[in-house]
Design a protein around this ligand. Structure first.
Ligand code: NAP
Ligand code: MG
Length: 471
C-alpha cells in the first residue's frame, strides 16, 4: 500500500515529527488506498519558522521575479496534470471529466495570478501621499477536500504574488493530490521556506496556524462552523482573515425562461462536483403556475444523470468523499421526507446497481418551503429543493431569505430583466444563463458565506496592506 510519509518544510521533503497514521480511502470502493503520516503542532511551528525566515527576502523581490516564479509553478503543475487527474479520481471520486478540469484549474490559477500581478501597480499617489501596498507577512492557507489541489495553488498563487510567504495546511483526505502538487511546486525552484506544506489535522496544525503570532493572515475555505472558529481564534493577534464558506445558492427560473435549456442547466448547477460544491445551486425557485410542467421536466432530465463509477465518462455524479459525508447526505434526505417535501427524483440509499462505495442517489425534492431544514442548511451532496414563488418580488425575497450569500443563478430569456433582478440579490456572484467562471472577477460571499474575496486584483489585495508615506 502507498505510504505518504513526508511533508515539505524549508524547501525540503522531511519526515513529520507527528506520528499519527491516517487511512486514505477510495470513496468509490470504500477501500483503504494509502496511509498518511500526519504532521503535528511541532511540524506546524517548524513550517511557520521557515516561512518567517524567508519573508524578508521574498517580500522584497521584484514583481518581475515573482511573475517568473508563478509562471514556473504553472508549468510545473501543468506537467503533472494527468497524474493529478488520476489522483483526484482515486482519492476524491470526482467523475473523470470534472477531475480533468480540476487538475487543469490547479495549474491555471497560477498563470492567472501571474497575469494579475503583471498588471498590478503596488504604488499610487493620492494627494501628498505615496500609497504603497505592502505584503502582510506569513500567510496560513487552509484547504478543504472538495477541490484541494485547486485551492492549494489558488491561495498560494495570490499569497506569493503579493510577496507573502506561506504555510499550507491541506485536507488530509487529499494527501495524494497534495503529494503530487508539492513535488511539482518543488521543481519550480523557489527559494527555500517561501512555501511550506504540512498535511495534518485541523485541530492541530490548523489550530497552530490560526493562533500563532507570526501568522499575519489566514485564508480558509471550508465549513461555516470552522470558519467562525478561525475568526475567533485569530482575533487575539488581529489576523487578517479571508473566509470562503458554505452556500445555499438560489436558482431563479423566471416565468419567461426557455425550460428546455433552464432545467438541464439547473440540474448541472445543483449536481456540479457531485453536489460537493459551495456554489451549488441547491434552491430552485420556480413560478407556481408552471410547477407541474417543471416537475415533469426535472424527472425527464434527471433520468440522464448517471451516478456511479467516476472512471466512466458517462458518470456525472461521483461518490461522497467519506462515509461521514455519505451519512450526512442520507440524514438530510430522510429529513426532507420527514418534513413533508415531495420526493421527485432519487431518495435514500445507494443508487440502483451499486453495492459498494459512498454513492448517493441524485435527489430532487419538490414542494419544499424555504423554512424546511433541507432548504436552509448546506447539505453538500446532490440533493436539490424546488420551491415555488407567486411573483418576482416573492422570488427575490425567498432568494435572499438565507444565512448564506455566495452565489445565485438567474435563468431567463429576458436579459435586461435578469440583470435588474441581479441587483437585488445579496450574493457575491450572480450567474445569468451561464455556469461560467471568471477568474479575474472577485469570488466570495455575502453574509455567513464568508469574509473577503479571492481571485483577480481583489484576491491579491487580500494579502496586502496599504501604507501611506506623506511628503
Ligand atoms: P471543515 O472541517 O471546515 O474542513 C476544512 C478545512 O479546515 C480542513 O483542512 C480541516 O482540517 C480544517 N480545519 C478543521 N478544523 C479546524 C480548526 N479548528 N482550525 C483550523 N482548521 C481546521 O469541513 P469538513 O468537516 O471537511 O466538511 C464539513 C462540511 O463543511 C461539509 O459538509 C460542507 O458543508 C462544508 N464544506 C464547505 C466547503 C466549501 O467549499 N466552502 C468545503 C468543504 C466542506 P481537517 O480535514 O483535519 O478537519
Ligand atoms: Mg472537519
Amino acid at each position: 500500500m502507498q505510504q505518504i510519509n513526508q511533508i515539505y518544510i524549508n524547501g525540503q521533503f522531511v519526515a513529520p515529527h507527528g506520528m499519527e497514521l491516517f487511512d486514505l480511502h477510495n470513496p468509490a470502493t470504500a477501500k483503504v488506498i494509502a496511509q498518511v503520516k500526519l504532521a503535528d503542532e511541532q511540524d506546524a511551528l517548524d513550517a511557520i519558522q521557515a516561512a518567517k525566515q524567508a519573508f524578508p527576502g521574498f517580500s522584497r523581490t521584484s514583481k518581475a521575479t515573482r511573475v517568473d516564479y508563478l509562471k514556473r509553478m504553472h508549468a510545473a503543475v501543468a506537467s503533472v496534470e494527468a497524474e493529478l487527474t488520476a489522483a483526484i479520481i482515486e482519492e476524491y471520486g470526482a467523475p473523470v471529466s470534472r477531475a480533468a478540469w480540476m487538475a487543469k484549474h490547479a495549474a491555471n490559477v497560477l498563470l492567472e495570478a501571474a497575469n494579475v500581478l503583471q498588471d498590478y501597480d503596488f504604488t499610487q499617489r493620492i494627494g501628498i501621499a505615496d500609497v504603497t501596498m505592502q505584503p502582510l507577512g506569513v500567510a496560513g492557507l487552509i484547504t478543504p477536500w472538495n477541490s484541494n489541489a485547486g485551492f492549494i495553488c489558488g491561495k498560494l498563487a495570490a499569497a506569493l504574488a503579493a510577496g507573502c510567504t506561506a504555510v499550507i495546511k491541506p485536507s488530509e483526505m487529499s494527501a495524494l493530490q497534495t503529494a503530487i502538487v508539492t513535488r511539482a511546486l518543488h521543481q519550480a525552484g523557489l527559494p527555500a521556506g517561501v512555501f511550506n506544506i504540512v498535511t495534518g489535522r485541523g485541530e492541530t496544525v490548523g489550530a497552530v496556524l490560526s493562533t500563532h503570532p507570526d501568522i499575519a493572515k489566514i485564508s480558509f475555505t471550508g465549513s461555516t462552523a470552522v470558519g467562525k472558529h478561525i475568526l475567533r481564534a485569530g482575533a487575539e493577534t488581529l489576523k487578517r482573515i479571508t473566509l470562503e464558506l458554505g452556500g445555499k445558492s438560489p436558482v431563479l427560473i423566471l416565468d419567461d425562461a426557455d425550460l428546455k435549456q433552464a432545467i438541464p442547466m439547473a440540474l448541472q448547477a445543483g449536481f456540479m462536483n457531485s453536489g460537493q460544491a459551495c456554489i451549488a445551486g441547491t434552491r430552485i425557485l420556480v413560478p407556481a403556475n408552471r410547477l407541474a410542467e417543471i416537475e415533469a421536466m426535472f424527472v425527464e432530465h434527471a433520468a440522464n444523470i448517471r451516478a456511479g463509477d467516476p472512471q466512466d465518462p458517462n458518470t456525472s455524479v461521483g461518490p461522497m468523499v467519506s462515509f461521514k459525508q455519505w451519512q450526512r447526505v442520507q440524514r438530510y434526505i430522510h429529513l426532507g421526507l420527514e418534513e413533508g417535501a415531495h420526493l421527485l427524483v432519487g431518495g435514500p440509499g445507494l443508487p440502483d446497481g451499486i453495492e459498494a462505495g459512498w454513492f448517493v442517489k441524485p435527489t430532487v425534492f419538490s414542494r419544499v418551503t424555504n423554512q424546511m431544514t433541507i432548504a436552509r442548511e448546506e447539505i453538500f451532496g446532490p440533493v436539490l429543493s424546488i420551491i415555488t414563488y407567486k411573483d418576482e418580488a416573492e422570488a427575490l425575497a425567498i432568494a435572499n431569505d438565507t444565512p448564506y450569500g455566495l452565489q445565485a443563478y438567474i435563468l431567463s430569456s429576458n436579459l435586461p430583466k435578469a440583470r435588474a433582478l441581479a441587483a437585488y440579490i445579496d450574493a457575491g456572484r450572480v450567474l445569468i444563463n451561464t455556469l461560467a467562471h471568471e477568474p479575474r472577477a472577485p469570488f466570495g460571499g455575502f453574509k455567513q458565506s464568508g469574509i473577503g474575496r479571492e481571485y483577480g486584483t481583489f484576491g491579491l489585495e487580500a494579502f496586502l496592506e496599504p501604507k501611506s508615506v506623506l511628503a
